[in-house]
Structure formats: C-alpha cells, structure tokens
Design a protein around this ligand. Structure first.
Ligand SMILES: [Zn+2]
Ligand SMILES: [Zn+2]
Length: 511
C-alpha cells in the first residue's frame, strides 16, 4: 500500500459551460484531462474568449506529464494552444481530435514543436503512474472517447461528453462493454457528463434528424441552405447523402465549415460522393433546385458566412424567394438576439426558415438524458461519483440521481454480488415499432453458461428479437409492457440455461 494521495482537481467546466479541464494528481505526477475554452456571455462585453486559469498547473509545472483529450469540441480543446505556450507537455487524443487541435495551433506561433500523440479506442497508454485506456463513446462529434484511468489507488472513469446512441450514423457504437468490464472489476470514481440531467428519458439518436431533412429535400423547389455546427460531421454527412439522392450539388461555405469538412474527409470520417461538390462562385449559376449549401454560423455570429448571406453581403451566395434555410442546431442561450436577427433577414428575403424544436426534429442533442446517465451509473457502479460538465443545477441533479440509485440499489447490490446484471439494449423505431438495429446485450458480473459468453449473448439476442416479433401492435407501443415481457422471457431463458438469476434491466431507446 501507499500513503500517496490521489487528487482530482477540477479547473473548469463545473458550474459553468465551457473551459472543461480536470487535473488528476497522484504523488508528484499530474495529468490534465481536456483543455477547453469558453465563448463568453454578452455580459462580458468586448471579451472574445475566456481561457481557464492555469495558475495551479504553472505552480506545479514540473509535475505535469500530459494533456489527454476526450474529443474535439472547442470547450474541450480550445485552450490547448494557450496551454502549450505556458506548459510544454505531450497531448494525447484521437486522430480527428488532434487534427482539430492542429488547426487551432496554426494561428499560434509556439516556441517548441507541439508533441501531439494519436491514440485509438481500446488502446492504453502509460503516463507516470497512470494507465489510460480510451473507450469509444457516441456524441455529436465523431471520434469521441471516455477515459479509464487506472491509478495505484483504483480506477477513475471520465466519460467525456456522451450520449448513448443505439443507431449512430457511422455505426460506431458506444463501447458499453468495456465500461461494464471496468465496472465489474471495481471503479473508484466516476466523472460523468451532466449537461442534460434535467431531461427525462433518452436523448434521440442522431438518426432522428433524417426524416425531417428528407422531407425538406423532397419538397423544396429552390435552394436549400443548411447551417449546422461545423464539427457535426454526422449532420454534414446526412446533407451530402440526401443531396446526392435528390440530385443536388453541394457548396460548402464559411471558413470553419470548409476546414473541418476537409479534415474529416482526410481522416476517412466523411464520405463525399464523387462530383457533388460545387464551388461557391458557381452557386448562383446553377438552377436553384440543383443546389444545396452547407454554411457555418448557426449562432448568428456577425462575421459568419450565414450572417453575411442573410444581409446579402456574401461574395457568392444570395438568398432568394422560395429558398429553404435550415438551422440544424440548438440556440445557445444568450445568442437568441443575433440568431433571430439572421432569421428575420432571411424571412424578409422570402426564404422559408426552419429552426427551433419540431417533430421530427431538425436537431438532436449530443448529450445523455437521465435514463442514459442511469445506465452509465449502473454499469460503472463507482464508489465515488463526481458530476461534471454542467451548471450548478445540472451537477446537483446528476448527483441526486446517483445518490438515489445508491440508496435504491442496496438489494440490487446483493443480487449483483450473486449473479450479476444483464442489460438488453433495444433500439425501436418510434413510428414503425420495429427494431432499428440488432439488440445489444451488456452484462456485468454475470457468468454465462458452459457454452461461453458469446453463445449466451447470441441466444439472448435471438430471444429478445423473438419476444418483440411475438408482440402485438398495442404491446409494442407501450414500452412499460415491452420491458416487462422482455425481462420475463429473458429471465426464463437464463434460468433454464444457467440456473442463475441476474438482475435484468431492459433499456428501450426510441429512435
Ligand atoms: Zn463539452
Ligand atoms: Zn462535446
């Protein structure tokens, strides 16, 4: 044993949105998880960007070993150049995340060449006394990871930003199995994304945006102008695919939209159909019904391409009567005025502007809602829990949720120590009631029969499919009933096969 202390020191992102940064120290070694910046509120007049306070790290500079990045959103990587100009350490992240960091670094003139080290999901690295494994998660940006940080005192799981998307558009599923494996072996501390802790249920899959976009592409008779966050590679892919299907060519305008799509394409994360791209200067020359435009500036930033198009001040693109303008993003509180100004200008020019919440949605969140948070808490079952990534009210709600599970879970813990836990995860199409993808079965602490785990999981998957197929329409539209049926059928199957009685918790995700 050791008498060295393990410390988790939040340096940003708690009680505020943005500037996510957490230092983890064991003895005389520090790693830093994420290094984000914040776009300031209108209240901070004249301030462009807010960087985290590095005083603590500079005071302990000799102990800082590395920066570990979970994904490429600005609130997680935006301060990396500033950080490296003060503290020169290696930076670890997935290839796409680091490519976005490089793009930021181009604007800086660092004294030393930055050391950017690429990692992949399922890979583990050693930094001082820490072993860090990268776990793929689903989020609104591609190539996002959670971290399992093994320290001499136990394992820390840091989720990064996540949602549990059962049908991600790139088919890269959240690696819940690895998370469950860590949970089974015992986790000391969980740090988990709290953004949507005030939203009950499940966050919709990225795929839920498709019906609305499809509807727009099928009925629009003039140009379609879509604005989304430039980092929303899933969304950009959807627009490219629909444009191909409906015979439109696509122009990409705005600095960040152009550079991020280029980076994603170079990393094989965005497939651009042959011959689909259109140069901005050729947009107005083609028949309007043959053109779609991807443009940055969803928040009404005054200098963005979208804002310039809105006031007819863009070199190549104008909005005309009958065009459809789609704001496929959320309105970040504080930006309402500038966004509505853009919408007003567009409307005045005769465009049909689509924005805000509607069903089917134009935009879905990239963050987990309450049921997904519970799922992660249940799989990880940490000894200690620390809500991160949220304002104070969201952190509090997430903490209460964890506490509630802990107190409600005494009996569960008893059962679990015996036979473990089995989570069938089922993605059902809300409209058709049909399975959207094969069911996933995640287990924790459950020993399958003699045939081995793979055979058990296959059989359990079939079992769930059979239960669904054998249910009538009325049952299928009542998730409560379906969960009960799946639980009962699976229980019978498991008892018969293994004579074990694990806790079975079906999770139904509507997509
Ligand atoms: Zn974030
Ligand atoms: Zn994020």
């Amino acid at each position: 044993m050791t008498d060295l202390k393990l410390q988790v020191i939040p340096l940003g992102g708690l009680g505020e949105f943005g500037m996510n940064m957490t230092a983890i120290r064991y003895g005389e070694d520090i790693i830093v998880v994420d290094c984000g910046m914040m776009f300031p509120d209108a209240e901070l007049l004249g301030v462009d960007l807010v960087m985290p306070d590095l005083t603590f790290l500079k005071d302990n500079q000799a102990q800082v070993r590395a920066v570990i990045l979970t994904h490429g959103h600005e609130d997680h990587i935006g301060a990396v150049p500033y950080f490296l100009s003060e503290i020169d350490v290696p930076v670890y992240g997935t290839a796409f995340t680091l490519a976005l960091v490089e793009r930021r670094l181009e604007e800086y003139d660092l004294e030393k060449e930055p050391r950017l080290i690429k990692v992949k999901p399922k890979q583990a690295i050693a930094v001082g006394p820490f072993k860090i494994e990268f776990i793929h998660v689903t989020h609104s940006i591609v190539s996002a990871v959670a971290l399992a940080i093994t320290t001499p005192l136990g394992v820390i799981i840091h989720t990064g930003d996540f949602k549990v998307d059962p049908t991600p558009t790139d088919n890269e599923l959240f690696d819940l199995h690895t998370l469950a494996d860590y949970g089974k072996r015992g986790v000391l501390l969980l740090l988990s994304d709290s953004t949507n802790s005030d939203r009950p249920g499940y966050t919709e899959s990225e795929r839920a945006v498709k019906p609305r976009m499809e509807e727009i592409f099928s009925r629009s008779e003039k140009r379609i102008i879509v604005s989304c966050f430039s980092s929303s590679i899933h969304r950009i892919q959807l627009v490219l695919d629909l444009a191909e299907e409906y015979g439109r060519r696509v122009a990409v305008i705005g600095r960040s939209m152009v550079s991020v799509t280029e980076i994603a394409h170079a990393h094989g994360l965005l497939s651009i159909p042959d011959g689909i791209l259109l140069r901005p200067q050729d947009v107005m020359g083609l028949p309007p019904e043959k053109v779609a435009i991807l443009v940055s500036g969803t928040q009404g930033e005054p200098m963005s391409a979208l804002s310039r198009v809105a006031v007819d001040n863009h070199k190549h693109v104008s909005v005309e009567k009958g065009d459809t303008v789609v704001l496929s993003s959320r309105i970040i509180p504080g930006n309402e005025k500038s966004i509505y100004r853009v919408i007003d200008h567009m409307s005045r020019r005769g465009a049909d502007v689509m924005y805000g919440s509607m069903n089917p949605p134009l935009h879905v969140s990239g963050h987990a809602s309450v049921e997904e948070m519970k799922l992660v808490l249940n799989l990880v079952r940490p000894r200690y829990f620390m809500p991160i990534h949220g304002e104070y009210r969201q952190l509090t709600k997430h903490a209460r949720l964890a506490e509630h599970l802990r107190f409600a879970g005494l009996e569960e813990t008893f059962i679990m120590s015996e036979d473990g836990i089995v989570l069938p995860i089922i993605a059902i199409n809300r409209n058709t009631g049909r399975l959207e993808s094969p069911p996933e079965i995640v287990t924790r602490g459950f020993q399958a029969g003699d045939d081995g785990a793979a055979a058990f999981l296959d059989a359990a998957r079939l079992m769930v499919i059979k239960t669904l197929e054998g249910s009538n329409h009325e049952e299928k539209t009542d998730w409560g009933v379906m969960k009960e049926k799946i639980r009962a059928d699976l229980k019978r199957h498991i008892v018969k096969q293994t004579s074990k009685r694990p806790l079975i918790m079906p999770v139904i995700l509507e997509v």
